[in-house]
Ligand binder design. Structure first.
Ligand SMILES: Cc1cc2nc3c(=O)[nH]c(=O)nc-3n(C[C@H](O)[C@H](O)[C@H](O)COP(=O)(O)OP(=O)(O)OC[C@H]3O[C@@H](n4cnc5c(N)ncnc54)[C@H](O)[C@@H]3O)c2cc1C
Length: 145
């Protein structure tokens, strides 16, 4: 007979395996859809994203892959795949939040916004549009120019 605590451990293990499998499957699908924008562990793109956190603690979480979208269309396509595949994901903007799991994730996809960093102002100069990966220094310089 399986005791309550053992059963919980077995179920926890099965859920862990399932989320790992789902993440790997989502990474594979994203790679087919978005090619070179998906980076696997130990690749240069993956390491650049992981080294871009403000604290070392953030990298206690190790994503199955890192997606670096270049447009809103890339993000929309990725979200469809992630939702369809029931995959966990994190969003990394500047990566400044100091605790693990804020913008990083294990057994999931880390969406790194650093390539979406355009800044523009409308003709009437009443609305500024700022990319999710823009840094304030770039934004301020643009707005002051
Ligand atoms: C030393 C230090 C000083 C700080 N000082 C200040 C301060 O003076 N004022 C202040 O307000 N804050 C301050 N912060 C807090 C920090 O700047 C905030 O946590 C801020 O949200 C970090 O922005 P980020 O782009 O780096 O976000 P990340 O760390 O990349 O992400 C923060 C959260 O937002 C989510 N997220 C990121 N991008 C998106 C997106 N495009 N869409 C949806 N969700 C997204 C992430 O998933 C995560 O949950 C400080 C932090 C540190 C470590």
């Amino acid at each position: 007979m399986v005791k309550g605590s053992n059963l919980a451990a077995i179920l926890g293990g099965l859920l862990f395996q399932a989320s790992r499998g789902a993440a790997a499957s989502c990474c594979s699908q994203l790679n087919t859809q978005l090619g070179g924008k998906v980076h696997l562990p130990e690749s240069r793109g993956y390491n650049v994203s992981m080294e871009g956190f403000w604290t070392l603690q953030a990298i206690y979480e190790t994503p199955t892959c890192v997606l670096v979208p270049e447009s809103a269309e890339d993000v929309a396509a990725a979200v469809k795949t992630l939702v369809g595949g029931n995959c966990k994901f994190s969003i990394k903007g500047g990566g400044h939040t100091p605790f693990p799991g804020a913008a990083s994730i294990s057994d999931g996809v880390q969406i790194d916004m650093t390539s979406i960093k355009s800044v523009s102002v409308d003709k009437e100069k009443t609305v500024a549009s700022v990319g999710a990966g823009a840094r304030w220094l770039t934004v301020y310089r643009y707005l002051e120019s």
